[in-house]
Design a protein. Structure first.
Length: 317
């Protein structure tokens, strides 16, 4: 019941800003609330049936459909540098600073105890970004996986940074339910902060079907905030882990014995596509930092802040 109460509370919080976050106001807000309340208990038909759209594409998405994850081609260095410069320039404006390089930005975030930077949304009509979409088959993969008419899809993309923080300078979130093995005050603070910034296992429920593309813009190895994903969890629904909340790894192991707990590490430019309805998380930084670019494509409906129709930037005729 607390799961339903939490979603009702979320609905009430978002009601006052419904016209800002949702293009269709109250209709999209109701849709998102319904999906987040009940979708984790239900199978999603588009993963099993082929009557939606069977268009052949240049990229095989069978691995993505089976496991919820697939590797992408490495991002070219010139695109990495281009996106890093956008992140530094726009972050400088947001934080009233002048970041000349990544280390300066990281020093600022550490000094101000900022674990996750504000997202830098990209200009989706920018020539370089369109080059990225085309050369890396992003829309091709999305339309094939989602089995959806591309004219009915919308897209957003942003860059953000994770840095190391001192948890002793933070506060725990009031009203948060803690796992039974989280006991000390510092453990509760760490759990609260990491939960807020998506560093515990969770599902994204941005729509009943959606796909996300991730690229590391900096080297990302153990301790650098690497991403983790539980294969097949986008299709396998377990009642014990159905409630929409954050989970520790040990709470999920028994439910997903036949899945792989992927620890996704790689040099800058490493990319992967995910159905993040499956359980995933970032990890807290213990060394250096991580800058990641995320692109999401989904059908219309639900929260649509900073999304634009895919057909506005790609000609599908």
């Amino acid at each position: 019941m607390w799961h339903i109460r939490n979603n009702i509370a979320r609905f009430r919080r978002n009601f006052s800003i419904r016209n800002e976050k949702y293009k269709n106001g109250i209709v999209d807000l109701f849709l998102e609330t319904f999906v987040k309340t009940f979708l984790t208990y239900l199978p999603r038909p588009f993963l099993y049936f082929n009557f939606f759209n069977n268009k052949k594409t240049k990229v095989d998405v069978n691995e993505l459909r089976q496991n919820g994850y697939m590797k992408l081609s490495y991002l070219d260095n010139d695109l990495i540098d281009y996106f890093i410069n956008i992140f530094l320039n726009k972050s400088s404006q947001i934080y009233n600073s002048n970041f000349q390089n990544i280390d300066q930005a990281n020093e600022y975030f550490i000094k101000n105890n900022i674990q996750r930077s504000k997202p830098i949304y990209l200009d989706l009509k920018d020539k370089k970004y369109l080059e990225f979409l085309k050369n890396y088959y992003i829309s091709d993969i999305a339309t094939n996986y989602l089995k959806e008419n591309p004219n009915k899809l919308q897209i957003t993309s942003y860059i953000f940074m994770l840095s190391k923080i001192n948890y002793q300078n933070e506060k725990k979130e009031l009203g948060l339910q803690f796992p039974s093995n989280i006991n000390t005050e510092l453990e509760k603070i760490k759990y609260s902060v990491d939960s807020k910034h998506a560093l515990h296992f969770h599902r994204d429920i941005d729509h009943y079907k959606f796909i996300k593309f991730f690229y590391y813009l900096t080297d990302c190895f153990d301790g650098n905030g690497q991403h983790m994903y539980i294969t097949k969890s986008h299709k396998i629904i377990k009642m014990a882990t159905a409630p929409y909340k954050r989970y520790l790894e040990e709470e999920l192991i028994n439910s997903y014995k036949d899945s792989k707990f992927l620890n996704l590490i790689g040099k800058k430019g490493f990319g992967f596509a995910e159905d993040t309805f499956g359980f995933h998380r970032g990890t807290p930084i213990t060394n250096k930092y991580r800058i990641m670019m995320m692109t999401q494509i989904k059908p219309f409906g639900g929260q649509s802040y900073n999304f634009i129709p895919l057909k506005e930037i790609i000609n599908f005729n």
